[in-house]
Design a protein around this ligand. Structure first.
Ligand code: KG4
Ligand code: ZN
Length: 367
């Protein structure tokens, strides 16, 4: 089965073609046109600017995805597009492109939840981590998935495919959002995650000469929820306090910038790991999965793996290839495949008419 995926929920215009056979899901192409440079001037994503860029890029991105995959439109069996959540002007471009292609090419169309896409990025075959057996990945339920992106921080329990129970989530900012806001406070630009992570690596062996202690919000609370807004404010107060002593303290010539990035990143990681282990002890999953843009963070990947190994000996650990961590369309196509597998012949037939009814939804719920 050949699936075309389209994703335009935020600031990446993405298209991908994946193939699904007995050996697993393979991305034949994974084209992403990023608007990061454009939005960095504004310190965040401007929805209408994003939509204008998507409109400009969607056809070239689709063309590249087909060319790289060596596939023709007639070879496509299914079109999967991000339906929501996300920025509505941005979502509309991808959704309308998919609707038009479904109508013109007479292909079935499925709207996919963006987070479902992030989760199913873990099921794409060409990945690292030593787990490359498709059977493994389709038979290790229950799965506990830690979803960490710019808009979401959730612990999701999956008893089976497409079955989601949110057992914990952030009460305010998402983890990625906190990275972005802290980068802004520190004058490091947008998006913050990769820059903060890069600065943090400059603290060798996790040992800084300067001591900065940030809180680990809700780490000892009795539930599985998170809160990152106070941590961001703690960084702001710390910076203000330090600037009273030296106005130029954030200059890269001082090690303090690296120390703050390192301590902030570690605070986020500590909380994420602690809650994931707590959730695992409660729900006994066979597999723990990581998903979302923040899953590209090398320290989080490494430290979560270590913690699972020492706390939960019989639990498998699954992480997506970093190409499929941040927003992409291969993950949307992968989720589309599993949706399709779960449909009756009548539902599949009906999906040829979805171009008439599919609507982008900024607040789409995961179910
Ligand atoms: O999933 P994603 O690409 O878009 C959303 O669905 O939100 O996630 C984007 C988020 C941004 O907040 C970005 O700063 C964060 O993921 N991110 C990272 C890293 N790479 C991206 N955060 C920490 N470390 C990284 N290496
Ligand atoms: Zn995302």
């Amino acid at each position: 089965m050949i699936i075309l995926g389209i994703e335009t929920s935020c600031d990446e215009t993405a298209a991908s073609i994946i193939s699904a056979d007995k050996t697993g899901l393979k991305a034949l192409s994974n084209t992403v046109s990023s608007q990061v440079k454009l939005h960095s001037k504004w310190g965040g994503v401007v929805p209408n600017l994003a939509a204008r860029e998507h409109l400009k890029n969607i056809i070239p991105v689709l063309k590249t995805a087909f060319a790289e995959a060596g596939k023709k439109p007639r070879e496509i069996d299914l079109i999967a597009v991000t339906q929501g959540p996300g920025l509505i002007p941005a979502l509309l471009i991808g959704a309308d492109a998919a609707r038009i292609l479904s109508y013109v090419w007479k292909k079935p169309l499925l709207g996919i939840h963006h987070i479902e896409g992030h989760i199913y990025a873990n099921f794409i075959f060409d990945k690292i981590g030593g787990i490359s057996n498709f059977e493994f990945r389709i038979s290790n339920f229950p799965i506990l998935c830690l979803v960490v992106s710019g808009g979401h921080t959730q612990l999701i329990l999956m008893k089976n495919h497409l079955n989601y129970e949110i057992v914990g989530q952030t009460l305010d900012d998402a983890a990625g959002e906190a990275f972005d806001k802290v980068a802004r406070i520190l004058g490091l630009g947008y998006p913050g995650g990769p820059i903060v992570a890069q600065m943090a690596t400059k603290i060798k062996n996790h040992k800084s000469k300067i001591k900065i202690n940030l809180p680990r919000p809700m780490i000892n609370s009795n539930n599985l929820n998170f809160s990152f807004s106070g941590l961001k404010t703690a960084v702001l107060y710390k910076v203000k306090e330090l600037q009273k002593i030296n106005k130029d303290i954030l200059n890269t010539k001082y090690q303090i910038l690296n120390t703050i990035c390192h301590e902030f990143q570690q605070a986020v990681i500590d909380v994420l790991i602690s809650k994931t282990i707590k959730a695992a002890k409660k729900y006994n999953p066979k597999t723990i999965m990581l998903a979302g843009g923040v899953s590209a963070n090398q320290e989080l990947r490494k430290q979560l793996g270590k913690s699972i190994k020492s706390n939960l000996q019989n639990t498998k650990y699954q992480i997506p290839d970093t190409r499929y961590s941040i927003d992409n369309a291969a993950m949307i196509a992968a989720a589309g495949y599993f949706r399709w597998q779960n449909m009756s012949p009548a539902q599949r037939k009906k999906s040829f008419n979805n171009w008439k009814i599919l609507q982008a939804d900024a607040n789409l719920k995961l179910h």
